[in-house]
Write a protein that binds this ligand. Structure first.
Ligand code: ADP
Ligand code: MG
Length: 314
């Protein structure tokens, strides 16, 4: 049975920490337990909004890459295939937790869920192919990082492996996704930023990269025309002077203010930078609301009581 009166759509982009929290090793049990926090809120919100869910895959795809390198008996899989694997594994986990939470609310028969393997087109001439910037996998000991046979960078969380991360150009399945949400399906898609592909004539060819999930989510939000774009992470929003004594979380900023802070370097690449950039892009493309908030304050942020909201310039 379709629910009447759901005119607004909401896209929630879940950060990697929705599955693996700081200090955890990331067992499957931990990931299922962690997911309950955002998914319970999304289940409740599905009574009022048409829902799209996207998710990151940084820790998971990096772990799969390490697993490839630990075993020489079977052929190694390239990154594009590993991204596809994470869409399957995380999509399954989100879907099953969501199903239980909808059941707990007694609305499981009104909400149908689909996890979609999604491709995202990138530009083969994107300069991002020249320099790895996207952190994936576990935090490495300094010694391991120094001797690693792959590129490594120091991030706010510690040393991590980095891979190239081209910008998303368009979501291949955008029409299908739009149709599904119009028919009230809850859609889980563009996992891990989507499987990166380049166009080769009329077909697509996968490339060795990981797209930033915030930028891919913003592109998706724009292309399927959602009303609210919410990015859920492990901080309560975007702060200026982050990590210093002057740290100040922002409640509401205009596109111009956000752009200025980005230029000042307040939001670093690979973490808060792409979230703010994604929010700016969505609002500039005509989106109504873009909010960055914590995993446990999704509902509060929708009500305007939490998070950092990026607003159009007056
Ligand atoms: P996610 O998995 O949700 O994408 P990221 O690690 O990519 O998470 O980005 C969130 C992180 O950004 C936070 O854990 C925080 O350490 C970091 N961060 C860097 N600069 C800022 C800032 N100015 N305000 C808030 N968080 C920041
Ligand atoms: Mg991230």
């Amino acid at each position: 049975m379709k629910q009447k009166g759901k005119t607004q759509s909401l896209l929630v982009a879940l950060g990697g920490n929705a599955l693996i929290r700081k200090g955890q090793v990331g067992t499957v049990e931990e990931q299922f337990e962690n997911l309950k926090v955002p998914i319970r809120q999304i289940a409740r919100l599905s009574r009022r909004f048409k829902i799209l869910i996207t998710h990151g895959n940084g820790p998971q795809v990096g772990n799969l890459l390490l697993q490839q390198e630990c075993c020489s008996e079977v052929p190694r899989l390239p990154l594009e295939i590993l991204v596809a694997q994470t869409q399957g594994q995380i999509g399954y986990m989100i879907e099953s937790v969501l199903d239980s939470e909808l059941m707990a609310l007694g609305i499981q028969y009104q909400q149908f869920i689909v996890s979609l393997i999604s491709y995202v087109v990138v530009d083969e001439n994107d300069p991002a192919f020249l320099e790895p910037t996207k952190p994936i996998g576990p935090v490495l000991q300094e010694q391991t990082a120094m001797n690693a046979p792959y590129p490594v960078r120091k991030t706010p969380k510690g040393f991590r492996r980095v891979v190239v991360s081209p910008k998303p150009v368009t979501i291949v399945e955008k029409r299908e996704i739009k149709k599904l949400i119009e028919q009230d399906f809850i859609v889980i898609c563009c996992g891990g930023g989507g499987i990166p592909v380049v166009r080769e004539g009329r077909s697509f060819c996968g490339v060795d990269a990981v797209i930033d999930k915030d930028l891919a989510s913003s592109k998706l939000a724009e292309e399927v025309d959602v009303d609210i774009f919410l990015i859920a992470t492990d901080e309560k929003g975007a702060a200026i002077h982050y990590g210093s004594a002057e740290q100040e979380f922002l409640r509401e900023i205009t596109v111009d203010q956000a752009t200025e802070y980005l230029k000042e370097g307040q939001f670093p690449p690979g973490s808060m930078g792409p979230k703010v950039e994604a929010a700016i892009q969505f609002v500039q493309s005509g989106g109504k609301r873009a909010v960055i908030t914590s995993i446990d304050s999704i509902e509060a942020a929708i009500s305007g009581d939490a998070g950092t909201e990026i607003r159009p310039n007056p």
